[in-house]
Design a protein around this ligand. Structure first.
Ligand code: OKP
Ligand code: ZN
Length: 347
């Protein structure tokens, strides 16, 4: 298995996060990626390879130009306006207000492109998010070359909440979506994206919602109780040509491995019926019991089982790292997943 990691993904470093009305340490912090990198290094799964630099054109296949330019310049504009610290939106357009055209004011643009307050734009956010996309693209290029059957891209910040022109849920650029599009652009005709992160990948769903060449399948906490709240319900099944190519499995809090695996059986069948040429896995390990943001009940050994069931897909798999906030355990659980996938780990 080929592993990709760049220390540039550490550059996004938020000063704080507002959680339940209190400013505290961010859940999504650089040590997450550093810890996963350290665990991979110790696991003997292979060397961590520095990703190549890909041109923006790959990114722009999925994200809008104006949005990308906003992300690239937002923190510089924030400092130029005499502000300190991280750029955070303060005002949103309510749904019943008049429809907004792209505003020019920085604060108005922050509210225009963001969908939450927990995703600050820091001095290094652009560099990190861009490096995260290069990391995903390097994994995709490895799969597209046909020389390898599996890759793990240690992306950070995560990506699956980011849409073509919006950010939130700690995500700025959608690495899994850019990678899937890269595989399509390199001759593959059907890509499945499987998203086992605790949270619904609303951005990935949105990007491919009207398409039948990319199947999006997500198992996640019911949006009736969990972030991102407004999307991820079972009746969201795609639109137009994409009708039937989006599948959501909202699951109750406290879902454990056996309940998750039941739902996965149906998810797996739908992926098989689609017969993808490759599968991109948005690998979040925030399904762990005790994860500080999540309420599923996976035990550590269940990640080996997860890797095992993913290996049954029997087609090339690109793992793209997403969530997981139990900082001291996420590295071991990524390793368990990859070992299980490679058949080297008995749960
Ligand atoms: C990103 B990914 C605490 C609320 C948590 C944010 C969840 C973002 C998860 N302030 N909401 O899918 O792991
Ligand atoms: Zn998550």
């Amino acid at each position: 298995m080929k592993l990709f990691y760049s220390p540039r993904v550490l550059d996004h470093d938020a000063a704080g996060e507002i959680n339940r009305g209190v400013v505290g340490e961010p859940f999504e912090r650089p040590e997450r990626a550093a810890n996963v990198a350290a665990a991979l290094n110790n696991a003997g799964l292979g060397l961590l390879v520095e990703p190549a630099s890909f041109p923006d054109e790959h990114l722009l296949r999925v994200h809008d130009k104006d949005y990308v330019e906003f992300l690239r310049s937002a923190h510089r504009r924030w400092l130029n306006a005499g502000r300190k610290g991280d750029a955070i939106p303060m005002c949103w357009r309510a749904d019943r207000m008049r429809p907004a055209l792209l505003p020019t004011d920085l604060d108005a643009q922050l509210g225009y492109y963001a969908f939450d307050i927990m995703t600050p734009i820091t001095e290094g956010s652009w560099q990190a998010a861009r490096a995260s996309v290069d990391t995903a693209l390097s994994g995709a290029a490895h799969i597209a070359s046909g020389t390898g059957q599996a890759a793990f891209s240690l992306c950070r910040p995560p990506g699956h909440h980011a849409g073509s022109d919006y950010y939130g849920g700690y995500c700025f650029l959608n690495g899994a979506a850019v990678a899937a599009q890269f595989l399509i652009d390199h001759g593959m005709s059907r890509i499945a994206i499987l998203d086992p992160d605790y949270h619904h990948g609303n951005g990935t769903q949105d990007i491919f919602y009207a398409r039948n060449d990319v199947l999006y399948v997500s198992l996640h906490a019911d949006p009736a109780t969990d972030f991102p709240f407004y999307t991820g319900f079972a009746d969201e099944i795609g639109i137009g040509d994409g009708l039937g190519f989006n599948l959501n499995f909202p699951l109750a809090r406290q879902t454990d491995w056996s309940a998750w695996a039941d739902a996965y059986g149906a998810a797996e069948q739908s992926i098989r019926n689609f017969s993808p040429e490759a599968v991109v896995v948005s690998l979040g390990v925030d399904t762990l019991s005790g994860d500080p943001l999540s309420k599923f009940a996976f035990q550590p050994e269940d990640f080996g089982r997860l890797g095992g069931v993913l290996s049954r897909l029997s087609c090339p798999v690109l793992f793209v790292f997403e969530g997981g906030y139990a900082i001291d355990q996420i590295g071991a659980n990524v390793v368990r997943t990859l070992h299980g996938f490679l058949g080297e780990y008995i749960a």
